[in-house]
Design a protein around this ligand. Structure first.
Ligand code: SAM
Length: 257
């Protein structure tokens, strides 16, 4: 029988501890007892573990042996903020598909009230990825960055890839792709092939940007272009943002894994 998998909130080299709702579920619903076995994720590694001690709302495990674990795909989704329920569905599915991080961004066509509520909503998005990671038996939980304006995100990413003289260096292990439905020559698959070829031996780190329901504004497309992002298409049909997110991750998974 597959052992249940828990993602620990705190750990050291020999033990890992669940607290809060997870611990409560284990003690009250699953009636956990010392000796009970489980898989426990701690710091991006998975361990075969055994319950060592149970307190009010804390369950401590002894870590017995590290298990094989599949790392996340080296993909960050730069996701323009749009209707929260659709976006949260995409966040959950992207977690199941192995995304490493999600960077919610405020785009020009992000509705004002969603932009204002986003920072508070990020706590909920972090709960969603935690639960989806557990359900998908992942060995890690995707990072949810704090929502920031798209232009800030593009500028910060550009800064991160500049060399000490300040010149933008085409870091071979880093690819930035913006999904654009009007793009007609480059497919996502082709952009990935270029990124992997440029990365030579190492696996490239990939950022994929997906626009809001209203699409990218012209000045945003110009900003992507000026900062070296590669426009790529997912085909001739217009996809909802959540569909584009999943389709993009499926293409990356089929290519990288
Ligand atoms: N401009 C679209 C329209 O006319 O309805 C709305 C944008 S679409 C709902 C949301 C985002 O999904 C786009 O900004 C783009 O990033 C991505 N997207 C949708 N279809 C795509 C396609 N065929 N190729 C690449 N990206 C696509």
């Amino acid at each position: 029988m597959t052992r249940r998998r828990w993602i620990a909130e705190c750990w050291d080299e020999a033990t890992a501890t669940l607290v809060g709702a997870q611990a409560e579920h284990m003690t009250r619903v699953l009636r956990a007892q010392p000796g009970m076995e489980a898989d426990v994720v701690a710091g991006g590694h998975v361990f075969h573990a055994q319950v060592a001690a149970i307190a009010a709302n804390e369950v401590r495990f002894n870590l017995i042996a590290e298990l094989e674990a599949d790392p996340a795909m080296p993909v960050t989704l730069v996701m323009a903020i749009y209707k929260f329920d659709h976006m949260e569905w995409a966040i959950e599915k992207a977690t199941e598909l192995g995304v490493a991080a999600i960077a919610p961004v405020i785009a020009r066509r992000t509705e004002k009230h969603l932009a204002q509520a986003a920072l508070k909503r990020a706590a909920r998005w972090r709960r969603i990825v935690h639960e989806a990671s557990q359900q998908a038996r992942r060995c890690d939980v995707p990072i949810i960055f704090d929502p920031i304006p798209l232009a800030t995100r593009i500028r910060e990413a550009a800064e991160a890839t500049r060399d000490d003289s300040g010149a933008a260096c085409a870091t071979s292990g880093f690819a930035q792709i913006v999904l654009a439905e009007q793009e007609r020559t480059t497919t996502l698959r082709h952009a990935l092939e270029e990124a992997v070829a440029a990365a030579e031996t190492e696996m490239p780190t990939i950022e994929i940007a997906i626009g809001p329901e209203g699409g990218w504004a012209p000045e945003e497309e110009a900003l992507f272009d000026a900062n070296g992002w590669r426009a790529a298409s997912l085909g001739p049909r217009i996809l909802r943002a959540e569909t584009a997110a999943l389709a993009a991750l499926a293409v990356v998974a089929s290519y990288l894994e």
